[in-house]
Design a protein around this ligand. Structure first.
Ligand code: C2E
Ligand code: CA
Ligand code: CA
Length: 583
């Protein structure tokens, strides 16, 4: 039912309108003054508002102005009712964004006419909006589903296909069907890259992609995971002879690769290594199947390449190097070897530094600075991520709370949240404790999570996110574009911020494809009410491009590398609002 809110201080008029609209089948709510009306509008989000201009406490203009400032109420059709018919009043209302103006006394037909035409227009706008989103979404879907170099399906497609195939297998006769997961890499690819140059490396990846496509059937899937990492999904009903089937297929691929190819007018001979794992007996999870096939592939490569290898658990035995790191990591916190760095974020709207992302560093006594990309995955596996992650949050929150006492413009702080941390049952409580303990106002805290965290259990993820949000903290999607999910999928989660991964930002200004994607992401994200931050901005040209296309904030080496707390604070406090990053 269409809900109409009447805001009118004269009881007689209010009752008349109520009766009239009620008889027409509208669901009518009323308010006797502007204050009550604004609050009702916020709570109930009516489909249309009829509002008197002259009212005590809060007049109609004030009501309209207030509603237009809130995203939920900004687009509600708004019709003024007034006895005043002066042109200037009319104009003032329209400038504030009123949709129509009815001068009292009006007839029943005039009133219903105005209401219906407003509702119709709103429906049209909504339909148009949906249409625009679905068009953009379609464009984005392809680019997000496919690798841009080889045009092969990427991880997102791979996961979708895997889920679909596994669904089919389990509804039919599971025991006779299997799925073979293969990983493939061109042997000594980095050497080829170094000697012949990057563009030759790219050509080689495209040739490899074509060779793989030549070998598979239409039911099979070839995907591109990352540089020189291909994956193949094969289905078979020959369960008993799976090793035979898989090795026949692998041999065929190696054969195909043994033919020379021409790159930059040079004849090049390349070989490949293949690792193989089986669903369901090695694992039923795509990520572990891929990990297993990858380990087997690395082993095949280490044996000289041009061969394939089945996964066996023996490959899991960790390298001694990793083991040492894992042990050392256990003491890193107690020995105070961890440091939090802060990478500044710049608003493209104001030209000011508005916040930072907290990034942890490990100063190892023997090995020097170790990158989080190296030790966070180890910490994730060993469980050490819990104390480490919390320490980073606590340190960053305390730091920023103290900065915010010193500066009028507060600093936003973004912290990262890894999959295992997100899985922690009492995560919201931990966060709340940290906020209370450090005294940081929750609205200045943002948690960055990646899409991959959501796909495991979307429902649970959503509940947990709601719980975190109820603390007043903001949520950001990190590395958008590298994961599995499309924007409309993400829309169901209560995100506030979207961070475009740096792979789309790189060379934005000269790479037409990247530019088109970045623009589409910004537009769509804005339609869905996300704030957009671009990561990895390294040049003035990239900054200018993003600014021109309405991106909200940037982060990247062009502005600054991650800095120690002292240096960040210097930059943050001394930076004048003089737009020195803009032309
Ligand atoms: P991330 O969250 O995507 O962080 C951004 C990474 O990009 C940082 O690497 C940063 O130094 C780097 N970066 C920033 N600007 C540029 C640029 O212009 N160009 C390029 N090429 N890179 C840029 P970093 O600090 O090595 O962190 C790597 C990853 O480690 C982070 O990726 C994040 O996933 C993880 N990480 C870092 N600190 C933490 C933490 O406290 N907790 C958790 N769970 N993960 C963390
Ligand atoms: Ca991040
Ligand atoms: Ca990121």
């Amino acid at each position: 039912m269409t809900k109409v809110l009447i805001i009118e201080d004269e009881e007689l008029v209010r009752e008349n309108l109520l009766e009239l609209l009620d008889a027409e089948g509208f669901d009518v709510i009323t308010a006797e003054n502007g204050l009550v009306g604004s609050r009702l509008a916020q709570e109930q989000i009516p489909d249309l508002i009829l509002c008197d201009v002259m009212m005590p406490e809060m007049d109609g203009y004030a009501v309209l102005e207030w509603l237009r400032q809130n995203p939920e109420t900004a687009t509600i059709p708004f019709i003024f009712l007034t006895a005043k018919a002066a042109k200037s009043d009319f104009r003032q209302g329209m400038e504030l964004g009123a949709d129509d103006y009815l001068t009292k006394p009006f007839t029943r037909a005039e009133l219903l006419g105005a209401i219906n035409s407003r509702l119709k227009k709103k429906a049209l706008i909504q339909a148009h909006h949906h249409h625009q989103i679905s068009q953009l979404e379609e464009k984005l879907k392809y680019v997000l589903d496919h690798d841009r170099l080889t045009d092969l399906p990427n991880r997102l497609s791979l996961r979708e296909n895997f889920t679909r195939i596994v669904g089919n297998i389990s509804t039919t006769s599971r025991n006779n069907h299997l799925l073979i997961v293969m990983c493939l890499a061109v042997d000594r690819f980095s050497r080829i890259n170094e000697t012949l140059g990057h563009s030759s490396g790219d050509s080689l990846q495209k040739i490899a992609a074509q060779r793989l496509l030549d070998c598979v059937n239409s039911d099979d899937l070839v995907a591109y995971l990352s540089t020189n990492r291909f994956a193949i999904l094969l289905t078979s009903d020959r369960y008993e002879s799976k090793e035979f089937y898989a090795s026949e297929f692998a041999r065929q691929i190696l054969d195909r690769f043994s033919k020379s190819c021409t790159i930059n007018n040079q004849e090049v001979f390349v070989t490949a290594s293949i690792g193989i794992s089986f669903y369901p007996q090695n694992s039923i999870e795509l990520e572990s199947l891929l990990g297993q096939a990858n380990l087997a592939m690395d082993y095949a490569a280490s044996q000289g390449g041009n061969q394939f290898q089945f996964y066996t658990p023996a490959f899991n035995i960790q390298s001694s190097d990793r083991l040492v790191l894992e042990t050392d990591l256990r003491y890193a916190l107690a020995r105070e070897e961890l440091i939090v760095y802060y990478q500044p974020r710049l608003s493209l709207k104001t030209g000011e530094i508005v916040g930072a992302e907290a990034l942890v560093r490990w100063l190892h006594p023997k090995r020097g600075l170790i990158s989080p990309s190296k030790f966070i995955p180890i910490a994730e596996e060993s469980g050490e991520i819990f104390p480490i992650g919390e320490w980073v949050w606590r340190t960053a929150c305390r730091q920023v709370a103290s900065w915010n006492l010193l500066r009028a413009e507060p600093c936003q702080i973004a912290v990262n949240l890894s999959a295992r941390q997100f899985g922690q049952i009492d995560l919201p409580n931990h966060l709340e404790d940290i906020l209370l303990e450090t005294g940081l106002n929750p609205r200045y805290l943002e948690l960055e999570l990646t899409e991959s965290i959501l796909v495991q259990n979307p429902l649970l993820a959503k509940q947990k996110m709601e719980a975190i949000k109820s603390l007043g903290v903001q949520l950001a999607i990190d590395d958008f574009g590298t994961g599995y999910a499309s924007l409309s999928y993400l829309q169901q989660f209560p995100f506030d911020i979207l961070k475009i991964d740096r792979c789309f930002v790189h060379n934005l200004s000269d790479e037409a494809k990247n530019a088109a994607i970045a623009i589409a992401i910004v537009q769509m994200a804005h339609k869905l009410n996300f704030k957009v931050i671009a990561e990895g901005v390294e040049t003035q040209a990239e900054l200018d491009f993003l600014r021109e296309h309405d991106c909200d904030e940037i982060q990247g080496y062009f502005l600054s590398h991650p800095l120690s707390a002292e240096r960040f604070f210097q930059l943050f406090i001394t930076e004048k609002s003089n737009n020195f990053y803009f032309d």
